[in-house]
Ligand binder design. Structure first.
Ligand code: GLY
Length: 355
């Protein structure tokens, strides 16, 4: 069975059925107690595969929170801290996150703050969590209706990405998760995009997953606290977060990957308009591909002012500016672009018309 160790510190391993490696790793870490955090879905579909390993550790307990992004809140961080305190946890206690992006961000935040930081192992169970949330040391909670308003930067001790978990995901969740892999491919240029397209319909392999994780790792190691180059990872995300805010406002659910795919569609068009590409360099193939493989999102022309407003309140902006990462015609990303309101509106209208 293929297993790849892609980094030593933090230790990052990708493969299928990593029970043996996890047990050895944690025995060597020798924590005083172990707390596993999962949500009701990952408890139901993923926990049992590792139960024997978890039960073999001294003083281990499992905490379950409700699934869904709304659980990424301060109340659940307090819930984890209360359980750790009640269990007499120390700086040598270990927190294990078993779940998607929400669980990884929540548990990582709780671990980074408790006693100024206790060891953390991430076990991402979705594509998004493997290639994005588990890499780069961002922790986060939603606060005051703003996504990830609270957070810290702190690497886990280890990431165990077991691809077997991906077979437990519903189709739309697995499919939409590939939007972050698409983003990483685009940021590496046209040939990676072509490779990604040709592999899209196959289940994600160990080598494709680890390549995407390695790419993110290379960026986050170069700029851990997002003071420069790491910002390129926000490609597609200014629009995606605005659409997610609209769905949140309407109380409608939206998979983050589908929002990112729509964001990449819109921002490819903004790139062409902003840099005034010659037509032969337009990202038509990218948009056709997104239209074919990802869900079309539901908003209308009258929602565009809401989106424009959400884009200007995005936390990564300088006050009052809408900040985008755009792609040049050779796919090289440019951070800190400020397209006009008219240009963004045109791109959104074309999405509604053509996507
Ligand atoms: N999700 C983007 C980053 O971790 O920087």
């Amino acid at each position: 069975m293929q297993v790849e160790v892609i980094n030593e510190n933090p230790f990052i391993i990708v493969g299928e059925r990593l029970q043996g490696s996890l047990k050895t790793y944690i025995n060597e870490l020798n924590p005083e107690s172990v707390v596993i955090v999962c949500d009701d879905n990952t408890f139901k579909y993923c926990h049992s595969a590792y139960k024997t390993v978890f039960d073999s550790f001294e003083r281990s307990q499992t905490l379950i929170v409700n699934s869904g992004d709304t659980s990424k809140n301060l109340e659940n961080a307090v819930f984890i801290w209360e359980k750790l305190a009640a269990n007499n946890a120390s700086r040598k206690s270990l927190l294990i996150a078993l779940g998607g992006g929400m669980i990884c961000d929540l548990a990582a935040f709780a671990a980074s703050v408790f006693m100024r930081g206790i060891p953390l192992v991430l076990m991402p169970t979705s594509i998004l969590a493997m290639v994005d949330a588990a890499i780069g040391g961002k922790t986060g909670l939603n606060f005051n209706s703003i996504k990830n308003l609270l957070g810290t930067f702190r690497n886990p001790e280890a990431v165990f990405a077991d691809l077997h978990f991906l077979s437990t995901l519903p189709f739309d969740e697995a499919n939409s998760g590939k939007a972050e892999v698409l983003k990483h491919a685009l940021l590496q240029g046209e040939s990676k995009f072509e490779e990604f397209k040709s592999e899209f319909d196959k289940p994600l392999s160990v080598s494709a997953t680890s390549a995407s994780m390695r790419f993110k790792l290379s960026i986050t190691q170069a700029d851990f606290e997002e003071k420069g180059i790491r910002e390129i990872l926000n490609l597609g995300h200014t629009s995606a977060h605005a659409i997610e805010s609209l769905y949140l406002y309407r109380n409608k659910t939206l998979l983050h990957g589908n929002a990112v795919a729509a964001g990449l569609w819109i921002e490819s068009l903004i790139s062409e308009l902003f840099f005034d590409f010659p037509a032969e360099f337009n990202f038509v193939e990218l948009r056709n591909f997104i239209g074919l493989k990802f869900s079309r999102l539901d908003f209308s022309e009258s929602d565009i002012p809401f989106l424009l407003n959400a884009m200007s309140s995005d936390k990564k902006n300088k006050i009052g500016l809408r900040s985008f990462v755009l792609l040049n015609q050779d796919y090289s990303p440019k951070i800190g672009c400020h397209p006009s309101e008219e240009l963004i509106t045109t791109a959104c209208l074309r999405y509604l018309q053509d996507a």
